[in-house]
Structures are given as structure tokens and as C-alpha cells.
Design a protein around this ligand. Structure first.
Ligand code: GRF
Length: 212
């Protein structure tokens, strides 16, 4: 049984999608055993409570800098024997100390087709740029911002009448399907990382298969 920690700063719809996927049996042999937020008002914590998931509140104002925050969080994650860390709208850059401890065991989901439009305004930036296609990306977390090896991506067309709100909603719907799929692949040990590239391990032919 893999133990998953979800880190969320906001609404937590992604968290709930993961919890529902586990309940439906779409992700097997895994449980979310901890939800952490840096924001006490995060609705994600209400959702954790609703599902009976233990939660923690590591507030950034209680730590002098990012690294001491991450060291404290890392201690807790290790104490809870967490196997996989899932960032779900966690609005903090993760420092190298945490990245190194969870190399290829920490995922993020981003609302654009990376490497286009990283950062906190992925949807708005893509719309303002005028792209005709955007999407979302699940990737492992490395030391950069939204730069780690890509696990899954899905594209969607941008319509001329799309707004930030309409596009965000459409992307969310895809994210809520794509993230559980990536987590399930990881839990089943299906993801092999070589440099920047993620492969499905062990197909019938023995050849690695590209994901996404
Ligand atoms: C998602 O759109 C995700 O792409 C981004 O943050 C958003 C989280 O939304 N990283 P929610 O708080 O899970 O509803």
C-alpha cells in the first residue's frame, strides 16, 4: 500500500478528484494519508476533513525561509512514511532539500502544455499569447519551476470566445482525469525516468513505450 501526501494551497478540487479516483478503485494499492496546506483558509482542508484524511497546516509565516519550511515538512513526510508527494495547487516553489528527498516521487500538475507558460498564470498567459491549442501537464518535480520530466500531457483547442474562466474550467476537467491516471501509473511502478523522458516500463515486447 503506497502512502500519498497531497499538498494544496487552495480550493482542492484536484485533491478531491484524487480521493474520488481512489474510492472508485481507479487507483488501487494507495491511500492519501496526509494533506498539507500552507493556507489555513484552504478549502482543500475542508475536503480532507470530509474524507476523514489527516491533515496538517504548515504556514509559511511560521518559518524564516523556504528551506526551513521544507525541512520541517520533509521531517513530517518522512515520519508519516510517505511514498509519493502530489502537488495539487500548492502555490510554493519546492526547495532542493525536498526535491532531492522525493526525486521522481513528487508530481505536479500544471494548466498548460509545458514548457510553454510555466508559473502561476499558465491559463491566462496562454490565452493572452493567442495560442490555438493549450492543455495540461503532469510532471515530476525537479529544482526548476515547472521544468521536471513530463509524465502525461493532454491538449485542448482554445476557442475564440474562451475566457480565462471558461478555459480554466475545461482544463480542470481534464486535470481531474489525467492526474489520477498518472498517479495510478506511478503506484503500479509503470513509470521509468531516463533523463528528461518518462517511459512505461515492461510492455509485452519488452520495449519501453512513450507515455502521453
Ligand atoms: C489546478 O488547475 C492546477 O493545474 C494548478 O492549481 C490548480 C489547483 O486547483 N497547479 P484546485 O485547488 O485543486 O481546485
Amino acid at each position: 500500500m503506497k502512502r500519498i501526501a497531497v499538498l494544496a494551497s487552495g480550493n482542492g478540487s484536484t485533491l478531491e478528484a484524487i480521493l474520488m479516483a481512489i474510492e472508485r478503485g481507479q487507483i488501487q494499492n494507495a491511500r492519501v494519508t496526509l494533506v498539507n496546506s500552507d493556507q489555513e483558509k484552504a478549502y482543500a482542508l475542508v475536503r480532507a476533513e470530509k474524507y476523514g484524511i489527516p491533515w496538517a497546516l504548515f504556514r509559511k509565516e511560521d518559518y524564516p525561509d523556504r528551506e526551513s519550511y521544507d525541512r520541517a515538512l520533509l521531517k513530517r513526510l518522512q515520519a508519516e512514511q510517505i511514498d509519493l508527494v502530489v502537488l495539487a495547487g500548492f502555490m510554493r516553489l519546492v526547495s532542493p532539500v525536498l526535491v532531492a528527498a522525493f526525486r521522481n516521487r513528487m508530481m505536479n500538475i500544471h494548466p498548460s502544455l509545458l514548457p510553454a507558460f510555466p508559473g502561476t498564470r499558465g491559463v491566462a498567459d496562454a490565452l493572452a499569447y493567442g495560442v490555438k491549442v493549450t492543455g495540461c501537464t503532469v510532471h515530476f518535480v525537479d529544482e526548476g519551476m515547472d521544468t521536471g520530466p513530463i509524465i502525461l500531457q493532454e491538449a485542448l483547442p482554445v476557442r475564440e470566445d474562451d475566457t480565462v474562466e471558461s478555459l480554466t474550467e475545461k482544463i480542470h476537467r481534464i486535470e481531474h482525469r489525467l492526474y489520477p491516471k498518472a498517479i495510478d501509473l506511478w503506484v503500479r511502478g509503470k513509470i521509468k525516468v531516463e533523463g528528461r523522458r518518462c517511459y512505461l516500463e515492461q510492455t509485452e515486447t519488452g520495449a519501453p513505450e512513450r507515455l502521453g
